[in-house]
Design a protein around this ligand. Structure first.
Ligand code: G3H
Length: 478
């Protein structure tokens, strides 16, 4: 069936017995770009079975050999950066340069993971019993980290490659097998990335990639008894997965409404540059995007002017031209964003630019004088629309930040490190950035959200640890 990309199971590329496919619509042309297999539940069962089997041998494979294969995969991935980036451009309209960066960053992440794994998994603990009352030195406890089994990885459309390998590499180095369910938009880039792991020569069945409609195989996958760990990045679906999943460790990175708090003494040029980068890169389709600016009234006019001047310089167009602002991922996403804009308009927000949309392409827009009763004050557009709320005290800003159901990251701009520290402590988010826009990287930094923003912590080291369990062996003396 020529033009339908195959899925990956038992170390082979296969056509689904369903005879059905899922179309991937190019966000720019709004025409079908690629098709992938619509896998069946039986095919999911087969993948789970082989993943369980392959994991047993993999767990016994020496750590250095596991690391060696990951290094090989990382190198192959980087060699394939051009064709993979092209898929990202066509499937998710990521600007061409950013698409290449995503693949290179992914290769680096895989290598780093291999190195970190060799260090942290090669170490165990040795405990003496006589710290605890009533014990003599008659038993010794040796602990090590063992794999969980089969890890299910579900990355989102905005980083189909990078947020896939950030789950795959820690899972594999720790001795787990891996089942990947890529997002539909980005599935072909993900399949190509999996092909790099295939070329590196991992054992059959250790990695699988199953494609299809979430509505048909999503619950079946996440509730599958063969799954021993789920690592998910995305939106609300994560909340429903966490309610349905069995007794398995969950790693969830969900939405964000990252606030950017601007104090009176802030370097406004620095703040404006970070607001534009943080708010508009990849057209605002990042969980860590700046999603609300909270600025002290006394500097608000000056800041808004500076941001406006920079927004005017953003290029708008197709990802192939490496435009700053590219079409958002789907028509439904564009419609949702438009809904937030119209709500803000009706409730009296100040439009710093004219609202303009052509198909899925939305021109960058900053909304000033946003009020708490507007949806955009709380909801994440996942698009190039940025609300500004003017505040009269730092407390007001912190209160807005903490009243959000999200708590991913936040940032504060000030020249006073003491104030910055007090504010960082008060902001109830997984990370606070001082004098920079929120961001996940460098990829070995811990990355986590509070409240609806997630469960657990990511980053290379934390992901490796999360995908293992402690095993103790106690030697008892006679
Ligand atoms: O979309 C969520 C990503 O984890 C954000 O990553 O900060 O590198 O864009 P980033």
């Amino acid at each position: 069936d020529g033009d339908v990309y195959k899925y990956y199971s038992e170390g082979e590329w296969k056509t689904s017995s369903s005879g059905k496919s899922v179309s991937i619509v190019n966000p720019t042309t709004r025409k079908t770009q690629y098709k992938v297999q619509a896998c069946t539940q039986e095919e999911v069962n087969k993948v789970m079975e082989t993943a369980k089997f392959a994991q047993k041998t993999w767990a016994k494979t020496p750590l250095w050999k596991r690391a060696e294969l990951l290094h090989k995969a990382a190198a192959i991935l980087k060699e394939h950066k051009a064709p993979i980036a092209e898929c990202l451009v066509k499937e998710i309209a990521k600007p061409a340069k950013d698409a290449v960066t995503e693949v290179v960053r992914s290769g680096d992440l895989v290598s780093y993971c291999a190195e970190e794994g060799v260090r942290i998994l090669g170490e165990g603990k040795y405990l003496m019993p006589d710290s605890f009352p009533g014990n003599e030195r008659t038993k010794y406890c040796l602990t090590s980290k063992i794999p969980l089994g089969v890890v299910l990885a579900i990355p989102p459309f905005n980083y189909p490659v990078n947020l896939a390998v950030s789950k795959i590499a820690p899972a594999l180095i720790a001795g787990n097998s891996l089942v990947l369910k890529p997002p539909t938009q980005g599935a072909v880039a993900a399949l190509h990335m999996v092909h790099c792991f295939h070329l590196a020569g991992f054992p059959k069945g250790l990695i699988s990639c199953i494609t299809g409609k979430g509505s048909e195989i999503g619950d079946f996958l996440t509730m599958h008894p063969g799954v021993n760990c789920i690592s998910f990045t995305g939106g609300d679906t994560g909340i429903s997965i966490s309610k349905k999943a069995g007794m398995v460790p969950l790693q969830m990175e969900l939405g964000g409404k990252d606030a950017c708090l601007i104090l009176e003494d802030a370097d406004l040029d620095l703040a404006a540059a970070n607001i534009v980068k943080g708010g508009f890169s990849y057209s605002g389709q990042r969980c860590t995007a700046v999603k609300v600016v909270l600025v002290m009234e006394s500097v608000a006019d000056a800041l808004v002017e500076k941001v406006k001047a920079k927004v005017a310089k953003l290029t708008v167009g197709p990802p192939e031209d490496d435009s700053d602002i590219t079409p958002v991922v789907s028509e439904s996403s564009a419609n949702f964003i438009e809904g937030l804009v119209l709500d803000a308009k009706q409730k009296g927000a100040t439009f710093c630019q004219e609202y303009k949309r052509e198909g899925n392409l939305i021109w960058p827009l900053m909304l000033d004088h946003v009020q708490p009763e507007m949806r955009i004050a709380w909801e994440e557009p996942f698009g190039p629309v940025l609300p500004v709320i003017r505040i009269n005290s730092i407390e007001e800003g912190i209160h807005h930040c903490n009243a959000s159901n999200f708590g991913l990251q936040g940032c504060v701009f000030t020249k006073d490190i003491n104030k910055a520290m007090v504010i960082s402590d008060a902001m109830e988010t997984g990370t606070v950035q001082i004098n920079s826009a929120p961001a996940r990287g460098p990829d070995h930094f811990p990355f986590q959200g509070l409240r609806d923003s997630g469960i657990g912590s990511q980053g290379v080291t934390n992901s490796i640890i999360m995908m293992t369990k402690v095993k103790s062996i106690v030697i008892n003396l006679p």
